[in-house]
Design a protein around this ligand. Structure first.
Ligand SMILES: Nc1ncnc2c1ncn2[C@@H]1O[C@H](COP(=O)(O)OP(=O)(O)O)[C@@H](O)[C@H]1O
Ligand SMILES: [Mg+2]
Length: 600
């Protein structure tokens, strides 16, 4: 563990830093992954120790059987005495059965512990995703994140579930068999042990390379999953735009990178296995040669030599396994790093240490010189914006596309925090109140609010699963869901399919609207609620919004003149800044002008 600081400083590297890995998990990356996973492993410590103990007992039993084999050879086989056979044979069988049972129980325990651990790992990742901002998701394809839940978690299992226990038992096996070999004939044992440092060098060389190629393999796997995911989501687009060949080429491109990395990993593992087995052959031959001489001088029996050869088999076996283990560890570390990247990704917003829950919310909102520059963005999305929203008022926020309208909604629910300036709700800076209480007080029905895989009713009640059915029905009526629900085969119990594919765009928007209305929060924000609605559908919605605005703060983002005409207050954004309200160009050629605070 005494790693020089120089090495520890290279911590950040991923693929490029592969060369410094030391066998047995000494590298910075391995330690980082192990440190990250330790709290998740801790609850299973007892069970894993139990598993290791049982597997060890199994190994000990094997050592004993090998020794019994030598005795049986000398007493029964060499002397041709069947009477001498039964007793040692019975002991051998009994030891073998006991050892087998220990091994069986050990593997079961290990499987239990690793199963629970992997479950916990997935839960920890999902919990992390629940606090990460839209920026995080914008930077990574969903498919790549999905593989972290699948094959990356499986690879970590190799390290923690199988690997940890296997390392312990392999290590102890080596000690057991080595001790036994020394007791039997120390000169031969010394000779046999000369193989160990060579093995170690071999394994050490392997470890660094394996991690580098594993990293490339996992990353390519993520990109392949991303292609698959995009092609599933955009299947119609790919077909109608004639992009099938292009998408196939993309898959082939990532597939080639994946194949190369995988091939390199297999080549390394295979070369290592061959070298290890050649090494073993050389040493076994040497031991047999020296052993025959020991027998000639009467210092060793034939049974003794056979036992010894047996021990060697058991000794070199684990040494080879150690090589395989190193491959598994390399791949697990690469996977663990991808998982740790999610687990350790800093949350952009979190409760301040002194955050307080909001009490009764009246709904006075004030933006004071708010700036927001998205990470990686060239310019600000909001650039010193100040305005106020009041209870019992319907405010319309409008502006060209990319003006920063949706950004305002994200700031209101603290998906991001302002880079400068502040936002106050009833006089409290949003950063000083708890996220949970803020998000109960402010409901945003986003432009692209998704539907979930469930029935129409479940989708409306999604944020409030325990809501009174009468309230759900009322929200559905208010949002105009009633009109089309009756025409669905099972009414409100109709499954909507993934992402609500069986509904039209306008219908989907009404469902998300109903879901937002059901929350009945003091601040309601709707992003383009009338997009896709014709006049007959929009009219009742406008009346609903006016009615809702009677006793709460309502902010509606829209290009829709029907809505702007009914607003109490109009805010116009232009490329991140407040603009003079209502230039004609904004509202089209019919020349409607709206000024300052307007009333219908
Ligand atoms: N997650 C993001 N990361 C970087 N830039 C973003 C992000 N979201 C929006 N933007 C940029 O911020 C600006 C405002 O976006 P938005 O608020 O969505 O505009 P709109 O007024 O059309 O709703 C746009 O230029 C957009 O490209
Ligand atoms: Mg928008």
């Amino acid at each position: 563990m005494g790693m020089p600081a120089r090495h520890a400083a290279r911590d950040g590297s991923t693929v490029a830093g592969g060369g410094s890995t030391v066998a047995g998990g000494g590298s910075a990356a391995t330690r980082r992954v192990v440190r990250r996973l330790r709290p998740l492993v801790r609850p299973e410590r007892g069970v894993l120790l139990g598993a290791a103990a049982l597997l060890l007992a199994g190994t000990a039993a094997e050592t004993v059987t090998v020794w019994l084999f030598g005795r049986l050879t000398d007493r029964a086989l060499v002397q041709g005495s069947p009477r001498e056979f039964c007793a040692p044979a019975a002991v051998w069988l009994a030891v073998a059965i006991a050892g087998g049972m220990c091994g069986y129980a050990g593997h079961l325990l290990e499987a239990r512990a690793s199963g629970r651990l992997l479950g916990r790992l997935r839960e920890a990742m999902l919990a992390r995703l629940h606090v990460l901002s839209p920026t995080f998701f914008a930077q990574r394809p969903a498919g790549d994140l999905l593989t972290r839940f699948g094959s990356d978690v499986d690879a970590v299992d190799e390290l923690v579930g199988t690997g940890l226990v296997q390392a312990v038992t392999t290590g102890c096996g080596v000690v057991c068999f080595t001790t036994a070999a020394f007791v039997l004939c120390w000169e031969l044992a010394l000779l046999a042990c000369a193989a160990a440092p060579l093995h170690w060098l071999l394994t050490r060389r392997l470890a660094g390379r394996v991690r580098a190629v594993s990293h490339a393999e996992r990353a390519a796997e993520g990109r392949i999953a991303a292609v698959a995911e995009e092609n599933i989501a955009a299947s119609a687009l790919v077909q109608t735009h004639g992009m099938a060949a292009h998408e196939l080429r993309r898959l082939r491109h990532h597939g080639a990178a994946w194949r190369d990395a995988r091939f390199a990993a297999h080549r390394l593992a295979a070369a290592n296995a061959v070298l290890a087995s050649l090494l073993e052959t050389v040493f076994v031959l040497a031991v047999l040669g020296v052993g025959s001489w020991e027998i000639a001088t009467g210092r060793l029996t034939v049974g003794g030599l056979l036992s010894f050869a047996g021990f060697l088999g058991y000794l070199y076996g684990p040494l080879q396994e150690l090589g395989e283990l190193v491959v598994a560890v390399g791949s697990a570390v690469a996977a663990g790093e991808r998982i740790a990247e999610v687990l350790d990704h800093p949350a952009e917003v979190a409760d301040a240490p002194d955050a307080r829950p909001l009490g009764r919310v009246r709904g006075h909102l004030r933006f004071e010189h708010v700036h927001l520059t998205y990470p990686d963005a060239l310019g600000p999305a909001l650039d010193g914006v100040s305005f106020a929203l009041r209870p019992s008022e319907l405010t319309v926020l409008t502006g060209g596309s990319g003006a920063g309208k949706s950004t305002v909604t994200r700031l209101l629910t603290r998906l991001h925090d302002p880079s400068a300036g502040r936002i106050l709700l009833d006089g409290h800076d949003l950063r000083r109140v708890t996220l949970a209480s803020l998000r109960r007080a402010v409901t945003v029905v986003a432009q692209d609010s998704p539907l979930v895989d469930g029935t129409l009713w479940e989708n409306i009640a999604w944020g409030e699963p325990d809501a009174d059915p009468a309230r759900v029905a009322a929200a559905a009526r208010a949002a105009g869901v009633d009109g089309f629900a009756a025409r669905l085969p099972d009414g409100y119990d109709t499954p909507l399919g993934q992402s609500g594919r069986r509904l039209s765009g306008g219908q989907r928007r009404r469902v998300t609207l109903a879901r937002g209305l059901l929350r009945d929060s003091p601040v309601l924000v709707l992003d383009e609620p009338t997009a896709g609605l014709d006049d007959t559908a929009a009219e009742p919605l406008l009346r609903t919004l006016r009615r809702l605005a009677a006793d709460r703060t309502v902010l509606v983002i829209t290009h829709d003149l029907r809505l702007a005409a009914r607003a109490d207050h109009l805010v116009v954004l232009d490329r991140g800044r407040l603009a003079r309200p209502a230039s004609e160009s904004l509202f089209g050629p019919d020349g409607l002008t709206i000024t300052g605070n307007v009333r219908p």
